[in-house]
Design a protein around this ligand. Structure first.
Ligand code: UD1
Length: 430
């Protein structure tokens, strides 16, 4: 039983260092198997999703050597299997990136079909459509996606929906297809660009990543590289909202401020001061937040992965706010938990109407998924009294040393493993 226990009420203040981007690293690690040379990847976040993907890769014969906590050397010349075990895909959906990588390199991949997850049904029809357009035969057999091709051939692919996963997966396979591929209506997220830059550093020829049309000239072989993953914009945004909700003053360091523009714009709208530096952003909240409306959209719109964090801030803002979730259908589960902490919320379909209250009060709540879990931590930090958060395994999927980083900002938060430890915390913190 691991839980976070929090005594809220302290304004968070100080500086915090942001880790490498989990979602970029997942794509980059998968892409790294596309060369037989040894690859060095730095600035990896030490979080559960990354560690599970590394295990999945080792299980098919990739040699992984951890140089430091945040760097690995990988060699994939002895991959013996193009079939990934269900156990891994169950624990981390993004192991589906191994389909694009294996298909590109070996023209064959067998990966279990990922199911839905806590935030929605999450189909992968667009990934499959892309692989088929490149000439692969793709079947669903016994719960596996089995993709194979004699030759992959460049193609003109139009994505019906803007999808980060499909863009990255198709981009990987097309990098080693014969000829020219154009992918239209691509996702423009910073991690799409980071995976493209990584592939290019291995000798791929990808142009246009970061725009909605990506053009790829396939190459036969990829080669060694050394690469450092970009900073995590969602981790950064989470700390920015922690400053807002606790009336704090936090400088998030090691970030690319451009990637945070949508988050920064909303923080300004709700009354925070935001100061941008070359690779840091400072958020100061000196007065009560005010309400606003927000709709999640693909990048450069407001990210769905930052929806629960702004939801918590708006639960404390003066006035009524409307939050519209347009990417995933089931991303308001945390609102029930927030209501138990005193928030006033009505959820209607993909819209949440939030009437801000002056104060939340501590309660025992459960993390429904990764980002919502982090948002509930913010709620606990802002609330009066003690909050206990169950199911923190979700939070550990994507936040490195979350409690430690928060403590360095003055938060009273601890990870406890038993009721006895929780009791000790309560006695100590009153
Ligand atoms: C990625 C991120 C996730 C983020 C999401 C949206 C990773 C590992 N995860 O997830 O944190 O919340 O982007 O920014 O990077 N869709 C289809 N068919 C498909 C694929 C997607 O209909 O084949 C739909 C989805 O149901 C969803 C929308 O497209 O409504 C966007 O999903 P997508 O961008 O693919 O999300 P992921 O790549 O899974």
């Amino acid at each position: 039983m691991e839980q976070y226990i929090i005594r809220g009420g302290n304004p968070l203040a100080g500086e915090v260092e942001i880790s490498g981007a989990k979602n970029a690293a997942l794509g980059i690690l998968a892409a790294a198997i596309m060369t037989d040379d040894t690859v060095l990847i730095e600035n990896l976040p030490d979080v559960r999703d990354i560690n599970v993907l590394l295990e999945a890769m080792e299980s098919i014969g990739v040699r992984v050597e951890r140089i430091t906590r945040h760097a690995v050397m990988m060699n994939s010349e002895n991959i013996g299997e193009v079939s990934v075990d269900y156990d891994y895909i169950k624990r981390i959906r993004a192991s589906y990136y191994l389909i694009g990588a294996l298909l590109g390199k070996y023209k064959k991949a067998e990966v279990p079909l990922p199911g839905g997850c806590n935030i929605g049904s999450r189909p992968i029809d667009l990934h499959i459509k892309g692989f088929r357009a490149l000439g692969a035969k793709v079947d669903i057999r016994n719960g596996f996606i089995v993709a194979q091709a004699d030759h992959l051939r460049g193609s003109h692919i139009f994505l019906d929906t803007v999808s980060v996963g499909a863009t990255i997966n198709i981009m990987m396979a097309a990098s080693m297809a014969e000829g020219y591929t154009i992918i239209e209506n691509c996702a423009r997220e910073p991690h799409v660009v980071d995976v493209a830059n990584f592939l290019n550093s291995m000798g791929a020829n990808i142009k246009g990543a970061g725009t909605d049309v990506i053009r790829i000239r396939g190459v036969q072989k990829l080669h060694r590289t050394e690469y450092s993953v970009i900073p995590d914009q969602i981790e950064a945004g989470t700390f920015m909202f922690a400053a807002a909700a606790t009336k704090g003053d936090i400088t998030v360091k090691n970030v690319i401020p451009k990637h945070l523009e949508a988050t920064t714009a909303k923080l300004l709208e709700i009354g925070c001061e935001v100061e941008e530096f070359d690779n840091a952003v400072r958020v100061v909240a000196s007065k009560r937040l005010c309400s606003t409306n927000v709709k999640t959209l693909p990048y450069p719109g407001y990210p769905t992965d930052m929806q629960p964090q702004i939801g918590v801030a708006l639960a404390l803002a003066k006035g009524t706010s409307i939050v519209t979730e347009s990417i995933f259908e089931n991303r308001f589960k945390y609102m029930d938990e927030l209501t138990r902490m005193g928030a006033v919320v009505r959820v209607e379909g993909n819209t949440a109407i939030i009437t801000g209250v002056e104060k939340l009060s501590g309660a025992r709540v459960s993390a429904p998924d990764l980002r919502a879990g982090a948002a509930l931590v913010i709620a606990g930090l802002a609330a009066d009294g003690i909050t206990t958060i169950d199911d923190i395994v979700y939070i550990q999927r994507g936040y490195e040393l979350f409690d430690e980083k928060l403590r360095s900002l003055g938060a009273e938060i601890e990870m406890v493993h038993s009721e006895k430890e929780a009791q000790k915390f309560r006695l100590r913190c009153g």
